[in-house]
Design a protein around this ligand. Structure first.
Ligand code: AMP
Length: 288
C-alpha cells in the first residue's frame, strides 16, 4: 500500500488506499468534503478547501491534471505541475487528505471518456471552443466521486459552465454529493486567480485585468444599455488591448444560452474567454 504522512495530512497515490480511508470515515458516520483540482494551487483553491473544512468532518483534495479534458496537447504539456508546493499549501491549510493519482491509476484501460448528456449545456461557450472538454471533465469528476464518495463537493464559480455541468451530472448519477459553488477569488487588480496566471509574460500579466474591468463595465451598463451595445463596448476595448478576445457572451444562468434581450430572463451573467499571448484565460460575473 503506497501511502505516507506529512505531519497530519494523508497523501494517497492509489485508489485502493484512498477508498479504504474513506470507508473507515464513513463507518463512523463522518461527513466528507471533496475538492477536485488540477494543482498549482492558489488562494482560489484554498477558499474551496476552507468552505469544505467548515462544512464537513473531513476534507479531501485531489490533484490530477486530467488529460481527457485537454483538447490542445500543448496546453496539457505546459500546464504547471507543482506537487511539492501543493502539499505544503494543503498541509498549512489543514486539509485532511490529498489524492495524487497517476494517469494509469485513473484510466487503467486507456484515456477513454464516458459519454453523458448535459441538456445542451455542453455545447455552449467552452464546449464550442474546446470540443470534448466536458465529457473529459464529467468522466474524471464522476470517477473521483465514486472513489471519494463525498457528502459535499466544492467547485469554483470561476468555471461557471463546469459548475453547471457537474450539477447536471449529479442529477443523473447514484450517490451524488451536494454541489457547492464557491465565489471567484481575485488578485488585487481584479484578475481571477488561475493556475495559468504564472505562465503570463509581464506584459500580458499587466494587460490581463482588462478581462474583469470589462465584466464590471458590462455590469454597470446593464441597467441602461442593450445587450448589443454592451457587446460592442467590450469588443472595442479588447481590440485596443494586448489581449485577444475569443468570446464575450451574456447568457442566462441555467442552460447558458446567450441572450439578446434583458427582458427574456430574470438573471444573466457575462462570460469572457481571451488569449493573453498563448495563455487562455476565462472569467465571468453576474450582471443581474
Ligand atoms: P482547477 O485546478 O483550475 O481545475 O480548479 C479546481 C477548482 O478550483 C475548480 O472548481 C475551479 O473552478 C476552482 N477555482 C479555480 N480558480 C478559482 C478562483 N480564482 N476562485 C475560486 N475558485 C477557483
Amino acid at each position: 500500500m503506497r501511502q505516507f504522512y506529512v505531519f497530519f495530512m494523508k497523501i494517497f497515490q492509489d485508489r485502493r488506499s484512498l477508498s479504504d480511508w474513506v470507508a473507515s470515515r464513513q463507518q463512523q458516520n463522518k461527513s466528507i468534503g471533496f475538492v477536485p483540482t488540477m494543482g498549482a494551487l492558489h488562494r482560489g483553491h484554498i477558499s474551496l478547501i476552507e468552505n469544505s473544512l467548515r462544512d464537513n468532518d473531513f476534507t479531501i483534495c485531489s490533484v490530477f491534471v486530467n488529460p481527457t479534458q485537454f483538447n490542445d496537447s500543448k496546453d496539457l504539456e505546459k500546464y504547471p505541475r507543482t506537487q511539492k508546493a501543493d502539499i505544503e499549501i494543503l498541509e498549512k491549510n489543514n486539509c485532511d487528505a490529498v489524492f495524487f493519482p497517476t494517469i494509469e491509476e485513473m484510466y487503467p484501460n486507456g484515456t477513454k471518456t464516458r459519454s453523458y448528456s448535459f441538456d445542451g449545456i455542453e455545447n455552449e461557450m467552452e464546449g464550442k471552443y474546446r470540443p470534448g472538454h466536458f465529457d473529459g471533465v464529467a468522466t474524471i469528476v464522476h470517477k473521483l466521486f465514486e472513489l471519494t464518495r463525498p457528502t459535499r463537493a466544492y467547485f469554483g464559480q470561476k468555471d461557471f459552465q463546469q459548475l453547471r455541468i457537474v450539477q447536471t451530472l449529479c442529477a443523473q448519477i447514484e450517490n451524488a454529493p451536494e454541489i457547492i459553488g464557491v465565489p471567484i477569488y481575485r488578485e488585487a487588480d481584479g484578475l481571477a486567480m488561475s493556475s495559468r496566471n504564472c505562465l503570463l509574460t509581464p506584459q500580458h500579466r499587466e494587460a490581463a485585468p482588462l478581462i474583469y474591468q470589462c465584466l464590471t463595465k458590462a455590469k454597470e451598463m446593464t441597467a441602461t444599455h442593450s445587450v448589443q451595445e454592451i457587446r460592442q463596448e467590450i469588443e472595442n476595448a479588447f481590440s485596443k488591448s494586448d489581449l485577444e478576445l475569443e468570446y464575450f457572451l451574456i447568457s442566462e444562468e441555467q442552460q447558458l444560452k446567450s441572450i439578446e434581450n434583458w427582458t427574456d430572463f430574470p438573471t444573466a451573467r457575462g462570460f469572457i474567454a481571451a488569449y493573453a499571448g498563448k495563455v487562455r484565460l476565462i472569467d465571468n460575473l453576474k450582471l443581474k
